[in-house]
Design a protein around this ligand. Structure first.
Ligand code: FAD
Length: 479
């Protein structure tokens, strides 16, 4: 792919690489925390949006907030750009470095600092993986609700920067709804505590501002998250339909009936086939669309909710109903869905789009996505969080064919414009990064974008932190 422009590297910074690296080594306790060898830099050249890559000047992996502060103060003083990084699983190119930038990764800062079951909070270092939070609080009967499919690898830092969601966010909200406080290192090395253990602190909601700011307001080193008591039980039902329209209308009616499942996941026929071939989850491969709807509570509550959901599905001509009766059956139903991205990667290269739409527009949008992608001579598999209208069309193409790659990018852009046109937005959970940066004009007016850019410059007047992301490049020049 070649459609996305990067800012031109500053030759003066490139020329000073050795001196910058030497200074960085002096600022951290472990000299091996600074990486400048080209081979060792390779894993940091890109993230999970693998279409683009740039080798950074160097990588630093600090072990404490104090080290992050020293490193940031030094780099800002020297005018060196900084790209914060967690695990590098961003699907929008949020963590892709620039050649004249230093990557500051928080992966070594991965400890649980305190668990407070009585007040339902946990304080953790930001480099902890998402899943490790739930594992740490499980012995107290709690869990951390946001559950991106990448939760085994992705860090809380990345989740905060992207305001990440997951299959179970329909009921519990996304990261911003489960985040109470952050320790933020500002670009000049100042450390500030925003929010904290208490609910709804006075003053501006700066925690809300930092959540979703894509590494442009500071580096998050610690966080206080809300933890929730594990529900008594949870069970999914798998529902298959003869048309995407019927499945889409069923989703709209479940939501419209005031039922709040923990998850409603949707797969179209290409996705069903791909996932079934990979996982053997027992999905009906002839179905046009499949829903996995999960509810939780006591056995009696689950039975009652599932009965209402199945009754709605029957009104929409459901062709298969598979209700889980055991943990094994639950795992089997989820197996295919959870492996969707990996399974798709086995049959083709793909770009994973991430837009939202009002759920009532699902059937129409699915039809138009199909038309858009077919218009470019490509194929699409749809798998997404249908309950909150968060679409993930996977546009399939051959990465070694530049013409197909350009078409995939164009089809993806058309899909996201469609999401905005029907009243949705450009990103549900993956963030803007570089992928959607140039589409921001379709979502916001120039005045609205300039207002957001002005907020960024309050924190980072010289645009040192994660430049070239989120805001269209021409806006930056003009501003
Ligand atoms: C297979 C797969 C499935 C996925 N499924 C989901 C899903 O279900 N839901 C979802 O929301 N996302 C999903 N993602 C996308 C991705 O996992 C999330 O965006 C995740 O939050 C990124 O975390 P990370 O630690 O990898 O961050 P990175 O990719 O390293 O960085 C992401 C962004 O965070 C910034 N950042 C990183 N650390 C800091 C810090 N300490 N301070 C400030 N900014 C920082 C970076 O600069 C960048 O802009 C998926 C990705 C993959 C590969």
């Amino acid at each position: 792919m070649a459609g996305i422009a990067f800012p031109t590297p500053d030759p003066r910074i490139l020329a000073r690489k050795s001196a910058i690296v030497a200074q960085l080594r002096a600022l951290v306790a472990d000299p091996e925390a600074v990486i400048d060898d080209p081979v060792e830099l390779a894993p940091y050249e890109t993230d999970a949006f693998t279409a683009y890559r740039r080798p950074p000047l160097a990588v630093v992996l600090p072990s404490s907030t104090a080290e992050v502060a020293r490193v940031l103060a030094f780099l800002a003083r020297e005018g060196v750009k900084v790209v914060p990084r967690g695990a590098g699983t961003s699907l929008s190119g949020g963590a892709i470095p620039l050649e004249d930038s230093v990557v500051v990764g928080v992966a070594r800062m991965n400890r649980v600092l305190a668990i407070d079951p009585a007040n339902r909070t946990a304080r953790v270092q930001a480099g902890i993986t998402n899943l490790a939070i739930t594992e740490a609080v499980a012995e107290h009967g709690f869990f951390y609700a946001p559950d991106p499919s990448s939760q085994l690898a992705c860090t809380l830092a990345g989740n905060i920067a992207m305001n990440s969601g997951g299959a179970h966010c329909l009921k519990y909200g996304v990261t911003t709804n489960n985040l109470l406080g952050v320790t933020l290192v500002l670009v000049d090395g100042t450390v500030v505590e925003l929010g904290g253990e208490a609910f709804d602190p006075p003053g501006y909601d700066l925690v809300g501002l930092v959540c979703g700011s894509e590494g442009q307001l500071g580096i998050v080193t610690e966080a206080v998250v809300r933890i929730l008591p594990r529900p008594e039980g949870a069970r999914p039902v798998l529902l298959a339909f003869a048309s995407s329209e019927a499945a889409g209308a069923c989703v709209a009616d479940i939501i419209g009936a005031g039922i709040v499942p923990v998850a409603i996941e949707f797969m179209d026929n290409p996705a069903i086939r791909i996932c079934e071939a990979f996982s053997g989850a027992g999905y009906p491969t002839e179905a046009a669309a499949l829903l996995i709807v999960e509810v939780e509570g006591s056995d009696a509550e689950i039975d009652a909710e599932l009965a209402r959901i199945v009754a709605i599905a029957r009104r929409h001509g459901v062709t298969t109903i598979r209700e889980s009766r055991s943990a094994t059956e639950t795992a089997q139903i989820w197996k295919g869905r959870k492996s969707a991205f990996g399974a798709t990667g086995r049959v083709a290269d793909y770009i994973c789009m991430d837009g939202t739409i009002p759920t009532s527009r699902l059937p129409e949008v699915l039809r138009r996505i199909d038309e858009i992608v077919k218009g470019y001579g490509l194929r699409v598999a749809n798998v997404f969080h249908a309950g909150d209208g968060n679409l993930h069309p996977l546009v399939l193409y051959d990465v070694n064919d530049p013409e197909q790659a350009a078409k995939a990018e164009a089809a993806g852009a058309d899909i996201l414009k469609l999401c905005v046109e029907v009243g949705g937005c450009l990103t549900g959970e993956h963030g803007v990064g570089i992928e959607k940066r140039d589409l921001m004009h379709h979502q916001f007016t120039r005045a609205e974008l300039l207002q957001q850019a002005a907020v960024r410059r309050v924190f980072d007047p010289d645009e040192i932190l994660n430049p070239g992301k989120v805001f269209p490049l021409d806006l930056r020049c003009a501003a």
